[in-house]
Design a protein around this ligand. Structure first.
Ligand SMILES: Nc1ncnc2c1ncn2[C@@H]1O[C@H](COP(=O)(O)OP(=O)(O)O)[C@@H](O)[C@H]1O
Ligand SMILES: [Mg+2]
Length: 377
């Protein structure tokens, strides 16, 4: 039996599957009813329940007999009561109109990839509450610190398609960039990805921002695909995420930890509150961590107040050291390579985030629930 099957009277659906690049076999309702009795069930069954939105008793029966079968319902709109009823039955996803190739691809991919989740590595994403708070510094130093402790070298991805500076801070001048990955995504597999990354002095690999001044639109699907690939290839992937690109913020499903970096400046704290609220709605609180960089215990806003405003505890604070930070940039060597108070704080932050990732990796919310929350926002 084909891995992906569907039941629908919508004549456009086969075309949409095709456009999404998904090989799917059409089943009649009578054939689908027998799925509870076969040892050869598909991995995913896409079931069109429009327009009546009723779960026939046979659907519940098939789901009960084939608990590993992931059922996706195609619906006209997301109705909370219907979704809850579907979830109680064990159904994993509801896909509302408009049914686009992209939406279909994402729903199916989430289920298929979700099954292989144990194999995927940790993905630690860094997002700034505001420009200049030290997001790149934290991402770079986390990757460099983990290169020494993690057993296998981590990958740092600068998701700024252009003008990112993560590679510079690593002292690397890579030939390829994240732009090459996005432009060739159809042929990017794990080995192609290994060819695009550059080994740095620290031992970590980097997939850099492009040196070419480009202006390409990124899509959540493309970004997610890249992240999933990286997570399969590398035990730890660290991301420098551009906070101004909404497509990136929607693509962080593979992240095991999402670290929001702020300072004690009022405008940064406000930015942190807004960013955390958006991310919480999309991904839940489990994976979120709030970090205060350039922390001064006599600073204008206390860590306690930041936790209150942001609505999450502060996971770590990192002291300020202008001289050490500036010197690191000048010589293109991460701060954690040297012995300093700042280096030590960055090393322990890195260790803490990876441990947090281990704890949350198993507890990611189901796609349907997190998306329902997202759509209501
Ligand atoms: N803990 C720190 N102490 C002192 N300076 C820092 C610290 N963290 C970052 N910086 C400096 O702040 C500036 C902005 O950092 P950067 O990581 O580029 O921020 P962002 O990526 O958020 O724009 C850089 O000059 C960097 O060296
Ligand atoms: Mg930056």
């Amino acid at each position: 039996m084909s891995q992906i099957s569907f039941v629908s009277n919508d004549e456009r659906l086969p075309e949409i599957f095709k456009a999404a690049g998904i090989k799917a076999a059409k089943l009649t309702e009578a054939e689908a009813k027998t799925l509870g009795r076969t040892s050869d069930a598909p991995a995913v069954l896409v079931l069109d329940v429009r327009p009546h939105h009723q779960l026939a008793p046979w659907v519940t029966d098939v789901q009960k007999k084939q608990p590993n079968l992931a059922i996706v319902l195609i619906v006209s709109t997301l109705d909370a009561r219907f979704i809850l009823e579907a979830m109680r039955t064990g159904i994993k996803e509801c896909l509302p109109e408009p049914i686009t190739p992209q939406a279909l691809d994402e729903a199916v991919r989430r289920l298929v990839v979700g099954e292989q989740r144990e194999r995927a590595g940790h993905v630690v994403a860094f997002i700034g509450a505001k420009g200049g708070v030290g997001t790149t510094t934290l991402a770079v130093n986390t990757a460099a610190a983990l290169a020494k402790t993690a057993g296998s070298p981590p990958l740092l991805i600068d998701l700024h398609v252009a003008r990112g500076d993560a590679a510079l801070l690593m002292g690397a001048e890579p030939r390829f960039s994240v732009l090459d990955a996005f432009e060739n995504l159809h042929k990017v597999d794990e080995s192609f990805l290994s060819g695009l990354v550059e080994k740095t002095q620290s031992g970590a690999y980097v997939l850099a921002s492009s040196a070419r001044p480009v202006n390409v639109a990124t899509s959540p699907t493309a970004t997610r695909t890249l992240l999933e690939l990286a997570a399969r290839r590398y035990r730890i992937t660290v991301l420098d995420v551009p906070r101004t690109d909404p497509a990136m913020l929607e693509a962080l499903d593979p992240a095991t930890v999402i670290a929001v970096v702020t300072s004690q400046e009022l405008s940064a704290v406000r930015g942190a509150a807004a960013t955390v609220a958006t991310l919480r709605q999309r991904y839940g609180s489990q994976r979120l961590r709030v970090l205060i960089n350039r922390y001064d215990k006599n600073g204008p806003v206390s860590a306690k107040d930041i936790a209150k405003v942001v609505g999450e505890p502060v996971a770590c604070t990192i002291p300020s050291d202008y001289r050490v930070a500036a010197e690191a940039i000048n010589v293109g060597r991460p701060i954690v390579s040297e012995d300093s108070r700042l280096g030590k704080a960055l090393r322990s932050a890195a260790a803490e985030l990876v441990n947090a990732g281990k704890a949350t990796a198993e507890e990611q919310p189901s796609g349907m629930l997190s998306r329902l929350a997202w759509r209501r926002a």
